[in-house]
Structure formats: structure tokens, C-alpha cells
Write a protein that binds this ligand. Structure first.
Ligand code: IMP
Length: 199
């Protein structure tokens, strides 16, 4: 059986996916395919970006591929930053700059109007061009000040109301259990098994 190629160069993301899918699925990442041309994430939706990345990797490697795209949607900002989450404050923006821009735009918006969610879409494609997608989301609220030291990106500003903790205050295991990516990966597992069986 061919391995499943995970469209990431981030070893943390690869390990997170390995943990969720279990040892029976053989995984490789883009770290093993240095000559793959850069894939521009210019879609209008998480789904368009995830499918574009997965298709490009499956075509290039001849193996089934999985790609994810995720981001934060803030209701008071009409769904921004959305697909622009990584570069909200500019092309090479740091997490701190993105968070500062988010806090600035929300200003004194009251607590009950600071609702937001993380979304993740996973695309799974096989070299014959078949595409499968799975989704996950996690609802929360944007705080007025950051809290917690864990995670990355917008984690210190994202409060999970049921836990009264931000994503940055959760252990990696707790975050995976309820996060948009964890939920999307759980939903993707049967689709992955299906794609590998048919490959
Ligand atoms: P990616 O599609 O996983 O690369 O995520 C794109 C961007 O969305 C990241 O650069 C972060 O700014 C934001 N993001 C996605 N997932 C998370 C998360 O779990 N915590 C915080 N920020 C996230």
C-alpha cells in the first residue's frame, strides 16, 4: 500500500496527525519531497486551498495526499481574518502582529459580540483525481488580552467558554481533543482508509 503524503513541512503537524490516525497508516511529509514546487494558497475558501494543495501533492508524488487549511473567523469582523489568518497583518506577519491587529480592530467590542470560531478543512486526494473533504470547527470568543503560553497563532486570545480557558492554556492533548483540526482529522479518518484501500 502506498503511503499517505501529508502536505506539510511542519514536523509538529505531522506528529499530531500520526497520533490521531494511529500506527497502521504509513505517513510521509513534504520533508521527503524537496523538489515539490511551492503551492500558492490563493483560494477564497479553506476548502479550495486544502483541495488545491492535496491535488498538487498527489499529482507530484503519485501517492494519495492529505492537506489541511484552517483559520479564525470573527463574527464582529464579518468572518475575517478567515483564509487570510496567517498573513492578517501583512505578508510575513508574526503571531504577535496578527494578534495585535485583531485586538485593535475589535477595540471595545463587548464580550457577547466577540464570538469567533476556528475552522479546518481537510482535503484527501488520490492520483486519479478523486477528492474527499472533511471539516471541523471549534466555537469560542476573543478576549481583550492574551492569556496562556502554549500553542501558536491566535491561541492566547481564543477562549473556549465551556472550559473558561484559552487554547494557549490547554495541554496539546486537550487542545487536539476539541480543536477544529482534531475534529476534522477524526472525521477524515474513514475517508483516508477508504482512499488508501482504493489506491
Ligand atoms: P494553517 O492552515 O494550519 O497553516 O493555519 C493558517 C493560520 O490560521 C495560522 O497561521 C494561524 O494564524 C491560524 N490558525 C490555524 N489553526 C490555529 C490554531 O489551532 N491556533 C491558533 N491559530 C491557528
Amino acid at each position: 500500500m502506498n503511503p499517505l503524503i501529508i502536505a506539510t513541512r511542519n514536523p509538529g503537524k505531522l506528529e499530531e496527525i500520526r497520533l490521531l490516525l494511529g500506527p497502521e497508516i504509513r505517513l510521509r511529509s513534504l520533508a521527503d519531497f524537496a523538489d515539490l514546487p511551492e503551492i500558492v494558497e490563493d483560494g477564497d475558501t479553506f476548502e479550495a486551498n486544502a483541495v488545491k494543495k492535496a491535488c498538487a501533492v498527489a499529482r507530484h508524488t503519485g501517492c494519495p495526499a492529505l492537506a489541511d487549511d484552517s483559520g479564525l473567523e470573527v463574527d464582529a469582523l464579518g468572518g475575517a481574518p478567515g483564509v487570510h489568518s496567517a498573513r492578517f497583518a501583512g505578508e510575513n506577519a508574526t503571531d504577535a502582529q496578527n494578534n495585535a491587529k485583531l485586538l485593535h480592530l475589535l477595540g471595545e467590542t463587548p464580550e457577547e459580540k466577540r464570538t469567533a470560531r476556528f475552522r479546518c478543512v481537510i482535503g484527501i486526494t488520490t492520483p486519479d483525481g478523486a477528492v474527499r473533504t472533511a471539516r471541523g470547527r471549534c466555537e469560542g470568543r476573543i478576549l481583550k488580552r492574551p492569556r496562556g503560553r502554549g500553542g501558536f497563532g491566535y491561541d492566547p486570545l481564543f477562549l473556549v467558554p465551556a472550559l473558561k480557558l484559552t487554547f494557549a492554556e490547554l495541554s496539546p492533548g486537550e487542545k487536539n481533543r476539541i480543536s477544529h483540526r482534531g475534529r476534522a482529522l477524526k472525521a477524515a479518518k474513514p475517508l483516508i482508509l477508504d482512499a488508501l484501500a482504493l489506491d
